[in-house]
Write a protein that binds this ligand. Sequence first.
Ligand code: ZN
Length: 326
Amino acid sequence: MKKILLLLFLLFFIYIVIINKEQVVNKTITNDNYSINYPYFSNSNINSYILSYLNKHINTKDYDKLIIDYDYDNKTKTLTIYKTTYKGNIINEKSKTFKISKNNIYEIEVTKNTTKEYNFNLNNNINSKYIALTFDDGPSINTSRVIDILNKYNARATFFITGKNIKGKEEVLRKMSSSNMEIANHTYNHLLLTKYSIEKIEEEIDKTSNQIFDVVGFYPSLLRPSYGAVNKKVKQASNMPIIIWDVDTLDWKYKNSKRIYNTVINKAKDGDIVLMHDIYKSTVNSLDLIIPELINNGYNLVTVSELFNYKNIKLEKGKVYGFAKN
Ligand code: ZN
């Protein structure tokens, strides 16, 4: 019996160390000019190939901003690297697919360049199309960059703040406020509120509202319960309108900026509320892809409160809203 156990353990060990060794680790390099997500393989040959590939693109300097992201399919061992460059109003996209074998990597496909010229007419309100981007679970170390990117495009968004994350990030909250972003309530401990008593739910909400008040000098006027979970008790306990969403980027799951971009561009329409999380670097990276395209498609990026204002929908406390359409 012991021998069998030992053998099983050995097989498991071999599986982890040898067969499964190609596990890919996500790495990030970020500065003002580029944001790069790339895969790190356990094989040094493959890694040096990828690094020199990245270096080549970083060093062209033929951009104001460069974004690189990737998809890796562990089953087919294919790696696709997406490259997006920004220069003035021109956005260029290119991708390359590689096949990974044991200790080698080779190109199998290059997509053709797509170049788009964007028209950043920032006050093109004539279209009256509005989308509200929302960011949950912060503030985090990445939130300040989210605010910078929004500011760069003169866009606004709503941040649903988790109270327990405020401490040490007060400056970020003040930056949100001075950048005219909307600061809203995402409860204190990020609990599944539907499982708790009304008193506990109220405490979770109030604690966050009070902390926000202490830092920026006003109370939030919108609530998003963690996980978007709402029942009768939550509605009763909420002294604010309850805002959920109708476009879910699943950014927490895929952590891939190209994928987040595709979801938003394909799904988000006038009056939609888009769910994202400002705690992931890939989400931050996706914004430089998403925001210029939405603006170019005639959307105004506004806060949730602004969205409902523009749509002439009056928000009521304790009611649940997932979009603003009349
Ligand atoms: Zn959340």
